[in-house]
Design a protein around this ligand. Sequence first.
Ligand code: SF4
Ligand code: SF4
Length: 448
Amino acid sequence: MLKTFKGGIHPHDMKELSKDAEIETLPLPDHVHILMSQHIGAPCQPCVQKGDKVKTGQVVGEAKGFVSAPVHASITGTVTAVEDRTLPVTGVPCPAVRIERESDEDEWAEGMNKACDIASLGAEEIKERIQTAGIVGLGGATFPTHVKLSPPDNGKIDAVILNGAECEPYLTCDYRLMLRSPGEIIEGMKLIMKVLDCPNGYIGIEANKPDCYQALAEAAKAEENISAEMLAVRYPQGAEHQLIHALLGREVPSGGLPMAVGCVVQNVATAYAIYEAVNLNKPIVERIVTITGNGVERPCNVLTRIGTPLERLLTHAGLKDEARRVILGGPMMGLAVGTLDLSTIKGTSGVLVLTDPTTWEPGPCIRCGECVRHCPMRLVPSELSLLLDARDFEAALTANIMDCKECGCCSYVCPAKRPIVQQIKYGKAELGAMKKKQEERAKKKAEP
Ligand code: SF4
Ligand code: SF4
């Protein structure tokens, strides 16, 4: 029996649309917008001005704080504006550096994108390269990777886990990367293990990708302490807590991080980016994006520069007249956008275009218990939904709303079509705002 976790759902994966499309490199865009907030943590500060010439790989936004990651020019050209731009993940304005391309070829910033000898690099030097390259979790979480690789002094990590599940329906960018570059992914994993002085590595791959399992098992066969593991096809198999439970049977405690049970989880695309950052001194200036759905003529997987206009991607895949909805990411965790005037960021793994404009009218909870049965975090989503209807945020906090991973399983199975995950996101945002206000009040009180 294949390893898995409790709860979750099994939607049709819809990966057949784009899984056979090999990764193609998009021509360089005419311009890009490099947003200053492409990660969890403090936004970057622009460090270039209108009129500046920039080279590919040059820092254009400096990290502000430890939980932050710098952003880099993804093309060679001239800065034509530092202006607000809509952040795809939240829809709120965010400062961005606009660069107009001036060359058909990249001119790389000094010392970048060149093979270097890494044999003598120690753990701290590797981590520093990861930090300066602006690596963040590319599975969509966008947490700065160097922070994840800095456990507290007493936090011994004995298992590095690579997430090759790609459980989100429709997306195939990781699938194509695992087939194309298994050796580089394993090298990236070895670098993570070196930084953490970790003895064991595991790669979790869902059983609907047997070719990826074979490719990674083959690439890792000389490494005695790294194993590829086939997992049951079940959403959200790739979520950190579920992956740890499936592979090692360990339970991350409520409110805790994987480090609490000796684990660090990274996506396969992040491991690949780490390989490039350390071996080539190459920052994140590009990523693979799946463009798919029944609203495009030619579903595909493209390697595209960070900051590429969304319309450029849609034109490449051929937007159909019947297209009605565009989602950044997959159907479970992605977000529908209200405008196409957006640019890709480090966390843009997919663009899903659908022709179905159906929306549902939510009904009252019929207490069927389906959401409880399927919640992988063992929460009671129906209770959270009712508490949030009543705007009782404190009670929702007591009911462990912060443990929700926003996977969407509860909304998916709810026969009353209650928008539970949207309510939870709203509730978390309200609690965050309340906490901030309390902190500000406490700070004012403490002032002399
Ligand atoms: S409550 Fe959160 S974690 Fe549980 S199923 Fe709903 S979205 Fe997923
Ligand atoms: S699935 Fe929907 S209707 Fe059923 S208990 Fe949960 S919220 Fe209520």
